[in-house]
Design a protein around this ligand. Structure first.
Ligand SMILES: Cc1cc2nc3c(=O)[nH]c(=O)nc-3n(C[C@H](O)[C@H](O)[C@H](O)COP(=O)(O)OP(=O)(O)OC[C@H]3O[C@@H](n4cnc5c(N)ncnc54)[C@H](O)[C@@H]3O)c2cc1C
Length: 398
């Protein structure tokens, strides 16, 4: 009889620089083997390998990447613009990141060698002339060879164009292809593809490059150039801006286009109580999305469908209730920052994509969340209403 060799699942392992490694597949376990795990140089069995630091010659060439942050983080598009600069930078090039707003992200991991923050010009502040002055001051202070920005509709695309017009700089917009020598973009309504050497200002389209880098930058925080600090503080303390900021208007979340929504809760085939689901969306102030099955079932209109044949969304938070995570659905949420899944099935595909999976019944979770949000809101109003309540009570007693 032939004996089939079996792989011993408890076979010895070593932890080396590249992580946990099982020893040769199929090796037979030998009783008393002395292959004890070695922790020399270990950094956690499941930890990511530390990336090497990109080195560059100080005082050489500079690339400036400018972008707005959102609550302390750069979005994927801005990260891509930074990665484009870092990956094309040679050993004599330093990558400087100018952030309009705060940055709590790890700038080194994003590929920046130096970071300048301008918290006074965060995205909710509408002062395009001050942002332009700050960008101009940074260019004057660091003399970058090129400026790279994400070509978005939320401030950076506009700012890059304004800067190029004011500085009479050459510019390429909607750039979809880039390497160290040239940039490329579609022309003549997409009928032609134009390439050229790097212009002064490069506005990159989303998904032109990957934000993943095989190295990290130096990530040194530096103070803004004095001139731009002056421009910002002058602007906030006087009416020197030519633009009036009328603040932001609160919209009913249901009116926000799914592509623009920052917080979406989505229902799939596992959601049975649609009214309760919609009530939760109202309580949370979240936009409503749905899987194709939920739309096909007639629970939601077609414009709510998220996925390959629906909307592609890029919310900061996306909660998927009773959605299995079919590949077509996942395609629509690839740009979402935090995905939370509520599903009875821990092995559903959505759990692999989700940052957090709650293994629970959708109906119960929706009811519990609605209750928790209502209570939290009442708690927030408590101090004011407690005082008012006392007065009412006294009034009644009188
Ligand atoms: C060409 C093509 C294009 C498509 N385009 C899209 C698209 O754009 N968008 C899209 O979404 N789909 C699309 N689909 C369909 C897609 O393949 C899936 O069929 C669909 O996404 C499944 O929807 P679902 O997850 O809601 O339903 P199901 O696959 O039925 O999954 C329901 C999930 O809910 C869970 N569940 C059940 N009961 C409960 C409960 N009580 N509490 C909690 N969880 C529960 C289940 O465990 C399951 O994981 C497309 C398909 C094709 C072929």
């Amino acid at each position: 009889m032939t004996t089939i060799k079996r792989i011993d699942p408890r076979r010895p392992f070593i932890i080396a620089g590249s992580g946990l490694r099982r020893i040769t597949l199929g090796a037979e376990h030998v009783e008393g083997a002395t292959n004890a795990p070695s922790f020399a140089g270990a950094r956690g069995a499941h930890g990511e390998a530390p990336k090497p630091k990109r080195s560059y010659e100080a005082g050489g060439r500079t690339l400036l990447v400018a972008a707005h942050s959102d609550r302390g983080a750069l979005d994927e598009h801005a990260r891509q613009a930074l990665a484009a600069a870092a990956i094309t930078a040679d050993a004599k090039t330093e990558v400087i990141l100018l952030v309009f707003g705060e940055l709590t992200d790890d700038a080194a991991a994003l590929g920046a060698d130096k970071v300048i923050e301008l918290p006074a010009l965060a995205r909710p502040v509408f002062a395009p002339d001050l942002a332009l002055a700050a960008l101009r001051d940074c260019v004057a202070a660091f003399s970058p060879a090129h400026v790279l920005m994400p070509d978005n509709a939320t401030g950076d695309g506009d700012l890059g164009r304004r800067y190029a017009a004011q500085a009479k700089a050459s510019i390429a917009t909607h750039v979809v292809e880039i390497d160290a020598a040239h940039v490329g973009c579609y022309a003549q309504a997409g009928q032609a593809f134009a390439t050229r050497a790097w212009p002064d200002v490069i506005l990159l389209d989303s998904d032109a490059v990957s934000a993943k880098l095989p190295f990290v930058g130096a990530g040194v925080r530096v103070a803004p150039p004095p001139a731009s600090e002056a421009a910002v503080s002058l602007g906030s303390s006087s009416d020197s801006s030519r633009y009036g900021d009328h603040g932001t208007t609160q919209l009913d979340a249901a009116q926000v286009a799914l592509e623009e929504a920052d917080f979406i809760i989505s229902a799939g085939n596992g959601v049975t109580d649609i009214a309760a689901f919609e009530a939760l969306a109202r309580e949370l102030g979240a936009a409503v999305g749905a899987s194709r099955v939920a739309v096909d079932n007639g629970h939601f209109t077609r414009d709510k469908q998220v996925g390959a044949t629906g909307k592609t969304v890029n919310a900061s938070v996306y909660i998927a209730f009773g959605i299995s995570g079919a590949v077509q659905h996942l395609q629509g949420i690839k740009d979402c920052r935090h995905v939370i899944a509520v599903n009875l099935d821990a092995s559903a595909a959505i759990a692999k994509r989700a940052n957090l999976t709650v293994i629970a019944d959708a109906k119960e979770t929706i009811a519990a969340l609605t209750h928790a949000v209502t209570e939290a809101k009442q708690g927030r109003q408590a101090p004011a209403s407690a005082a008012a309540g006392t007065n009412v009570h006294e009034g009644l007693a009188a």
